[in-house]
Design a protein around this ligand. Structure first.
Ligand SMILES: C[S@@+](CC[C@H](N)C(=O)[O-])C[C@H]1O[C@@H](n2cnc3c(N)ncnc32)[C@H](O)[C@@H]1O
Length: 526
């Protein structure tokens, strides 16, 4: 069966041993549940310790194979774990394993209904259920003894995605001890998925805490980083536990001295075409329709690397070698379509563009809704440095960017200048999330709720910063220059902000400051 559809990526044996030993040394265990046994590697390790073990596995063939190896010691049950947890009142001291990661979209209605029933049981919002691992956590909360522990291998995204925020909050009310173990190197060689270990228990008389530890890899579990949060709970994102209480409090205290980005104007994502490669044309394809039915557009942030200000001339230059013209057929009756345009649309239908989700829900599949452009663009995904730029010619963008239309009293050049300071950049890391490969991202609400120390900046300083970008000076120099103009903070506070951002960069990009600095100098910090 397809590994991805059944969520069957087996835990490395070293990690199985580490997790079982960790739990045994932390608590007294009598009964254990392995909710998705797979090839039985957890139960094989557990069975040496004279514990009462129940193991669930949905796949009949896997259960039969397991039964041959474990005739008496382990109670093997062939069931869907969500079904089992809903219909069983048994309780366990330790629930341990590596649940399947299966997105809601790939599940049958019957399976989805089971998970929804579990969500309803805890009176949690249904939007929380996006993946089967969420249901495995909830099923385990239901089946746990009051002083028991859950220890799971979970996707790293659990620590930071917005849809799981309510789940993290709920778990903070259920458990006083939450320990997260992350890995500097990949755990599963063959897949992109970043994972972490999450251990949750109620330690007798313990003060609630969230602890975040980083180890090298599954073969070398020596701790290379550790941080604990005790005061700043509930912690919206457990991934932010890389900051300790003092750093978290300082960051928040400094941030609240300054306004939020959303206070400066109107902010909205750019155009969703549904198929950029079809709707966004290059200059050779312009014979399809007249200029009045083309909208200049930016759809790749890499086209704008190394710029603080996008000028009309720079955009024209980009247009020579990139696709920058969006087909805008809104209000154009079909009777006025040129034969080239008709042919092009037919080609789109041949390639099934009209059946794509966004296109198929439109009255005419090729009418791309045009939304407003802005004075400034913020690119929602970023590598080393989040990017905000002045959009002088008011060019449209796709939804790669959030477009800002400033209120009249603010100056767009000053706003772009002020953005590149240590506080705002640290907050982008704190408020956002990152994906495998290290790409950072801010969703609209996270961007809007980021603080910025705005002030009017003189033209000569804006010109200087612009030329620093164009000359690809290092980000460190750029940030130092902006800090010196906009952040009147004591040296130790400035240093702390820089260290906070560096902590995130080291985790996200897995690179030290030194390497990042060298790269920034060579590449202009792409
Ligand atoms: C990621 S593997 C983990 C196996 C093993 N626990 C380990 O750590 O190596 C997930 C297992 O969950 C099983 N599975 C998938 N959906 C399930 C469900 N709803 N209930 C119980 N097991 C399920 C799959 O067949 C697979 O064997």
């Amino acid at each position: 069966m397809n590994q991805k559809l059944t969520g069957s990526f087996y835990t490395p044996e070293e990690l199985v041993g580490y997790m079982v030993d960790y739990a045994r040394q932390k608590m007294r265990i009598d009964s254990v549940l392995e909710p998705s046994a797979g090839d039985g590697r957890f139960i094989r390790y557990l069975s040496d310790f004279g514990l009462k073990i129940d193991a669930i596995e949905i796949d009949r063939e896997k259960v039969s194979a397991l039964k041959e190896g474990y005739p008496n010691k382990v109670a093997l049950i062939c069931d869907d774990y969500i079904n089992y947890s809903l219909n069983n009142s048994k309780k366990y001291d330790l629930i341990i394993g590596n649940p399947p990661y299966i997105s809601k979209k790939s599940m049958s209605d019957e399976k989805r209904n089971l998970s929804c029933a579990l969500i309803e049981y805890f009176q949690l919002p249904e939007a929380l259920f996006q993946n089967l691992w969420v249901s495995f956590i909830l099923g385990s909360v239901k089946m746990l003894n009051p002083n028991g522990a859950i220890f799971f291998v979970l996707p790293f995204e659990f620590l930071q995605v917005q849809y799981a925020e309510k789940l993290r909050g709920f778990l903070e009310t259920k458990f006083n001890t939450i320990e997260i173990i992350t890995f500097e190197e990949k755990v599963f060689e063959d897949i992109e998925q970043d994972v972490c270990l999450v251990y949750m228990s109620n330690e007798y008389h313990a003060k609630p805490y969230v602890k975040y530890t980083t180890v090298q890899n599954v073969k070398n579990m020596n701790v290379i980083f550790e941080s604990v949060i005790m005061r700043n709970k509930p912690l919206k994102k457990w991934s932010n536990c890389i900051l300790n209480d003092i750093e978290t409090e300082s960051l928040k205290r400094i941030a609240t001295q300054f306004p939020l980005i959303k206070d400066f104007g109107e902010i909205s994502p750019g155009i969703v075409t549904g198929a950029n490669s079809f709707f966004i044309l290059n200059h050779k394809q312009l014979n399809i329709t007249s200029e009045s039915h083309l909208v200049p557009i930016i759809h790749k942030s890499s086209d704008l690397n190394g710029k603080l200000i996008l000028t009309k001339e720079a955009f024209n230059e980009i247009s020579k070698t990139n696709n920058t013209f969006l087909l805008n057929l809104n209000q154009l009756p079909e009777s006025e379509f040129s034969s080239e345009l008709k042919e092009y649309l037919q080609l789109g239908e041949k390639e099934k563009i009209h059946e794509r989700y966004k296109c198929s829900s439109r009255k005419r599949w090729y009418d791309v809704p045009i939304v407003k452009s802005g004075d400034l663009c913020f690119f929602k995904r970023f590598n080393t440095l989040p990017r905000l730029l002045v959009n002088e010619p008011n060019i449209h963008t796709t939804d790669i960017s959030y477009n800002i239309r400033l209120n009249n009293k603010y100056d767009k050049y000053s706003f772009a200048f002020c953005f590149y300071n240590s506080l705002t950049l640290a907050l982008c890391e704190y408020n956002g999330r990152f994906y495998g490969g290290g790409v950072g991202e801010l969703v609209p609400s996270e961007f809007k709720n980021t603080h910025i120390p705005y002030k009017e900046i003189s033209v000569d300083k804006i010109v200087k910063l612009n030329s620093m970008f164009l000359k690809k000076e290092s980000y460190t120099q750029i940030i130092d220059f902006v800090d010196s103009e906009v952040l009147a903070l004591p040296e130790d506070q400035l240093e702390m902000l820089k260290e906070i951002r560096n902590k995130y960069l080291r985790r996200r990009l897995k690179k030290t400051d030194e390497v990042l600095l060298k790269e920034a100098i060579v590449n202009g910090g792409k």
